[in-house]
Write a protein that binds this ligand. Sequence first.
Ligand SMILES: Cc1ncc(COP(=O)(O)O)c(C=O)c1O
Length: 257
Amino acid sequence: MQKINLSKKAFSQSKKMFPGGVNSPVRAFKNVNSLPVFIKKGKGAYIYDLDGNKYIDYIGSWGPMILGHANKTILKSIEKTIKNSTSFGAPTILETEMAKSIKSIFPSMEKMRMTSSGTEATMSAIRLARGYTNKDKIIKFEGCYHGHVDSLLVNAGSGAATFGVPSSPGIPKALTKNTVCLKYNDINQVEKYFKKNGKEIACVIIEPIAGNMNCVIPSKEFIKKLRILCNQYKSILIFDEVMTGFRVARGGSPRNF
Ligand SMILES: Cc1ncc(COP(=O)(O)O)c(C=O)c1O
C-alpha cells in the first residue's frame, strides 16, 4: 500500500487556503473519493511526491512539460535568462525571437498576440472575431473546452465534465445566450444552423482534436466543410490548439488530416 502521510498533512493545510484544497478543478480528488498527492520534484518522465513515491508523469503539467522535467538544456537557458531579471512589463527582443520561431512553424500566422493562459487566448480570439465581423453569435461544440471564459462554459468537457456540470453556476444567461453548442463531427447540423443564422455568426471555435472529451478526431469532411461554411458566411474559424499545438505535429494538428 502506497504511503501518502506527508501528502495527507499537506492537504489538510491547503484545504484551509483553497476551495477543495486545490487551485484547479482538474487537481480536485473529492469526486473520485481519493486524496491528491503533493508533488515535490520531477526529473525526465518521472515525478516524485512528498512521501517519496515515484510516478510516470502522464500529465506533463497538462502539456507544457513536453521535454520532461528539469531538462538540463532548458534549466541552463532559464538560469542564463533570469540573471537579467524575470519580468519587465516592457518589450524585449526575446519576444520577437520567439515569435519568429513560432511563425516559422505556423507560416499561415501573419501576426500574433501572446497571452499567459489559454483562457485569455480564446477570449481574445472571440472578441477579435466579434469585432471584425460585427456579429455576436459563436458556435462551439459539445465536449470541447476552451477555458473558463463565461460565454464558453456551455457543455464544456474537461474539468467541467469531472463534476458532471454541463454549464457552470455563476454565469448569467445573458452571457451565454449568443453561444450555440452543436455536435462535434455533425456537419449537417452545422450547415443547417448556418443556413438559418449565418448573418449572425461571428465565429466557430473548435478543438481540432477534441482532447477534452478523450481525444475525438474530427472527420476530414467536417473540418473541410467548416472552413467552407465560415468562408461562405464571413465567419471566423478558430482552431483552439491550446492542447494540440506543438504536440500532435509540427505546424498544428489540422495538417494531419
Ligand atoms: C483546448 C483548451 N483550450 C483552452 C484551455 C484553457 O487554458 P488555460 O487553462 O491555460 O486557461 C484549455 C485548458 O485545458 C484547453 O484544453
